[in-house]
Ligand binder design. Structure first.
Ligand code: GLU
Length: 306
């Protein structure tokens, strides 16, 4: 009996908060190459739900930069802002299951109560569950939070295809987390899971800054009845002081690169080098012809994780 291979569906999901930069190019390249190596589909989804951070025209700029780089997505690109009914339906499902509650705490109040309870200053804030059993008197609802499980069910472990085994206890390391923000914006965690599910994503390839979001996403997949995709998180490009590049600080010369040689030298080759790919090309088509098998070799070199 022959088994049918599972189709590969990957995606690149940039936020349109500025032009494609070296950090986002690396994530785009890794997800594109992984889809190509697996003869898969590569979707493009613009994550534009944080309306305060969206920059006018940045979405079109990112699409144009990807195309200039020779990374063509399959099918139509999608915009999260055009898919709001999907997030509403998911929230309704979570509410019907009694998993969501209104929270009236401000960020400062949460930090203060963590400090009062003897928690470390400056550490990632774990929501202490203040409104878990109802809004504290006199407080107005600001955000909607999802209850995380307690005990052993709170521990999410997964094998990242690049970074290896990961483990997080949602109760002690995260706490109940926001699915709808106080300003009415959908939280990244909810939207990304709903879309990955709706689009049938089988492999998520992205930057390692999202490694610690993955257990929350696995949990959301469980409570929404969605399958777990595979995950591969590539290292994050940092500046000289070790900070993650932002769209503001990491602008790439390739937006102004006038020819293929500039594009290769300023964008594609450095991104490939960062991923540890051996590619020497002076034409964009040659670059991809070499980069696809180089990615397969790179994956084969990753340590065998237990
Ligand atoms: N939109 C997110 C970002 O630009 C990436 C989301 C993801 O790949 O899950 O950082």
């Amino acid at each position: 009996m022959t088994s049918t291979p599972v189709p590969y569906i990957g995606r690149f999901a940039p936020s349109p908060s500025g032009p494609l930069h070296m950090g986002s190019l690396v994530a785009a390249m890794a997800s594109y190459l992984d889809a190509k190596v697996h003869h898969g589909t590569w979707l493009l989804r613009i994550e534009d739900l944080d309306y305060d951070r969206n920059v006018e025209g940045a979405d079109r700029g990112i699409l144009a930069s990807l195309q200039r780089c020779g990374m063509q997505w399959d099918g139509e690109a999608t915009w999260q802002s055009r898919r709001l009914p999907l997030y509403e339906a998911a929230l309704k499902q979570l509410q019907d299951d009694g998993l969501v509650y209104a929270c009236g705490c401000s960020r400062k109040e949460i930090q203060d109560s963590v400090l009062q309870a003897g928690g470390p200053k400056g550490a990632a804030t774990v929501y202490p569950g203040t409104c878990r059993h109802g809004l504290a008197p006199g407080k107005a609802a600001r955000a909607l939070r999802l209850r995380v499980p307690q005990g052993a069910d709170a521990v999410y472990a997964f094998a990242d295809r690049w970074a290896g085994p990961q483990r997080q206890d949602l109760t002690s390391e995260v706490g109940d987390f926001i699915v709808l923000r106080g300003d009415g914006y959908w939280a990244y965690q909810l939207a990304v899971v709903v879309d990955d599910g709706a689009q049938g994503i089988t492999q998520v390839v992205r930057g390692a800054d999202l490694l610690d979001s993955t257990p929350r996403q696995l949990y959301l997949q469980d409570v929404l009845g969605l399958p777990h995709p595979g995950f591969l998180h590539v290292p994050v490009v940092t500046n000289d002081s070790g900070e993650k590049l932002s769209k503001q600080t990491g602008a790439l010369a390739f937006d102004t690169a006038s020819n293929a040689a500039d594009l290769l030298a300023s964008a594609l080759l450095p991104a490939a080098r960062f991923l540890g790919l051996e590619v020497r090309a002076d034409k964009v088509e040659d670059f991809w012809r070499q980069a696809i098998p180089a990615w397969a070799r790179r994956l084969a070199q990753l340590p065998e994780h237990p």
